[in-house]
Every structure is written in C-alpha cells, then in structure tokens.
Design a protein around this ligand. Structure first.
Ligand code: SAH
Length: 340
C-alpha cells in the first residue's frame, strides 16, 4: 500500500496511466484530496467504480495525531503532533492581519546543535516523509476552518534542505494548481546554510523564497553559535545565495536573532550593513526568544533601537519582528522539549 499523499500529480499520472485509467483521473483525485479534502476513495463520486476500487486497494491516507494545541494571548497557535512511530513534531500558526503563516517542521529533532535553539538539544531522529510535511498543513487548516493558511515557512524543527527530496515533493504538492495551489512566493525555506543543497535548489528554479539563519555577519562569531558554519563557511553560503538572487531575480532574507552581549553591538550592526550591500536582501531582526535551556537574553529596547538606527541610516531593508507566542513556548522546539 502506498500513502497517496506521498505522490505528486506527476507520480500519480505515471501510475494511473500504466494501469490504463483516463488522462484526467489524476486531476480528479488531486481535486478530491487537496481541494475538497475528502480522504475516502469511495466518496470520490465522479471517479469510475473501477478506479475507486483500484485506489482503495493500493493506496491509503495517513494522518497526524494532535497531542496538544495551545493558543497564545498574541493569537499565535502551537500544535504538537504525534507521528506513527510516536515521534513528536511541532507546527506553529502565526496569524497576522489577513495572513495566516504556518511554520512547518521537516525533521524529528535536528543535527545542527545551534547554541541558542532547543530543537537540537535531543539530537536528530529522522527525516519527515512528504505526507508528514503536507499533513501538518492539512490538519491545521482543518482545525482552523473556515480560516485558510496563506503562507508557509519551513522554519519549524529540523533543517529543510537536509530532507531535500521530501521537501521538494511536498512543495510541488503545495503548489499544484489542481490542489492547494499555494503561490511560489507564499512559500519560504529557511536554512542554516547548506551550500551544496542551496545549489541544488537553484537548479530546480521553483521560485520559492529562501531565507538564511545568519545571526552574525562575522563568520568567526557565527561559528560560535552555528557550528556548521565551519563546514559550510559563510563566504561560500553567500556566494551560493548570490547565485540564487541572480537566477530567481528575488532577494534572499537573512534571519538575525538579536542576542544581548553577543551580536547586537554597533560593530555587529555595521558588519551586517556591509554584508547587506553585497547581496540583494531583506533582513528580519528578531529579539531572542528566551528559553529555560540557554542563558541567552534579548537586548534591551534601547540596544535594539540603536541597532535599528544604524541599519536605517544606511538604507538597509529590514523589519523588526516581535517574538511571538512567548507564553506557549513557540520558539523552535520548546513545546516538544517539554514533552520529552
Ligand atoms: N534549520 C533551519 C530552520 C529551523 S530554525 C534554519 O536554521 O533556518 C528556524 C529559525 O528559528 C531560525 O532562524 C532559528 O535561528 C530561529 N530560532 C531558533 N530558536 C530561536 C529562539 N529561541 N528565538 C528566536 N529565534 C529562534
């Protein structure tokens, strides 16, 4: 039996074509699953009886089990899901005006052990399968109905580019115009900076947005909190991102957590300015969301203000995000950590 949500429409076309079903069958099946959200082949009434029988004998629908749902005072929501092997993953919904952004996990745990992030504390267990990625979207949209998810960011637990094939498969399904039909610019992949995979992504030219977890424009400093910077040095990551910008004709985003006494001095701001002049980019500043597992703190408002002033004076394109969902442990991996 095959999990039907592991297949792109192209994959399904190949299978159904070989079995001699009509050419439009995969479109019908996709519409039932991803538009009408029907997960029962016998209810797909415009499919031939023969096709319904074939599908139910060869395919199944997987689901995620909701373990906990928490709503923050600032409307951020966190969902804890249990997978078939009892692993736990988190998905976060961030409503903002007309937008509902879903922050999706791509792995169980994380290999990278960034020195500020809870996700890496318990190590890495496994990649999520494509249906486990897609089901985070489907389950949450079901729970918040009639509201819709408008944007996706791959900024949950794990490194999306390390789970490349399943990530791309899920993105193709999210973007399919007979299904969910999410626009390419409504999808953002956030990476710690895996140079070879960034290059692979450029080759595919999907048009999705790309964000780098930068956190310091000074490589020696970045290495201290992001150990993988040693393996994939910032200079090489930036070269790859430059190619991305050239090919996609779209700026990259730099995520920059402001950490007190570490990366929020005038010199840090100046280095960030210098970097931002070398590549077409937008910067997202986020004051550190404190966690009981680390000693880091966000800078004072005065310090954040000074940092912003320097960027502003130099004409850097940036936004200051407020940390969301503090009261529900919404920062990467926190809710899952409490359960473990
Ligand atoms: N591995 C990918 C995606 C997961 S991390 C990446 O590194 O981009 C998603 C984002 O959350 C990263 O920018 C990460 O640095 C940030 N993050 C993790 N813990 C945080 C915290 N306590 N406060 C603010 N941002 C945090």
């Amino acid at each position: 039996m095959i999990d039907i949500k592991s297949l792109t429409r192209e994959d399904l076309e190949k299978i159904l074509f070989k079995e001699g079903f009509p050419k439009f069958s995969p479109i019908q099946v996709f519409t039932w699953i991803y538009r009408k959200r029907v997960e029962d082949f016998s209810k797909m009434t415009d499919l031939s009886k023969k096709l319904r029988k074939y599908l139910s004998e060869n395919f199944y629908f997987s689901r995620l089990e909701l373990k906990e749902r928490k709503i923050s005072l600032d409307t951020t929501e966190k969902f804890l899901f249990k997978l078939k092997d009892n692993s736990l993953i988190e998905t976060v919904l961030i409503p903002e005006g007309k937008r509902n952004t879903l922050c999706i996990s791509t792995q169980v745990g994380c290999k990278y052990k960034c020195k500020f992030c809870v996700s890496g504390l318990r190590g890495f267990k496994r990649n999520l399968e494509a249906p486990e990625i897609i089901n985070q979207f489907l389950e949450v949209e079901d729970l918040i109905s009639p509201e819709k998810i408008t944007n996706i960011v791959f900024m949950g637990i794990g490194e999306p580019l390390d789970n490349f094939e399943n990530l791309i498969r899920a993105i193709k399904i999210f973007m399919d115009n007979k299904g969910i039909y999410l626009g390419k610019r409504k999808i953002c992949i956030s990476t710690v900076g895996i140079t070879p995979k960034i290059k692979k992504l450029i080759e595919l030219s999907l048009g999705v947005k790309l964000s780098l977890s930068l956190h310091s424009a000074i490589s020696e400093k970045r290495t201290k909190i992001i150990p993988v910077d040693k393996k994939y040095p910032l200079s090489e990551v930036l070269t790859a991102l430059g190619e991305f910008v050239k090919k996609e004709k779209f700026p990259v985003t730099f995520e920059y957590i402001l950490i007190k006494g570490f990366n929020s001095s005038r010199e840090d701001a100046q280095e960030l300015v210098n970097l931002s002049k070398k590549i077409k980019c937008k910067i997202n500043l986020i004051p550190y969301n404190p966690s009981p597992y680390f000693d880091w703190q966000p800078p004072s408002e005065q310090e954040v203000g000074d940092f912003k002033k320097i960027l502003k004076k130099e004409g850097v394109f940036f936004t200051l995000r407020r940390p969301r969902g503090k009261d529900i442990e919404a920062a990467c991996g926190q809710l899952r950590a409490r359960f473990l």
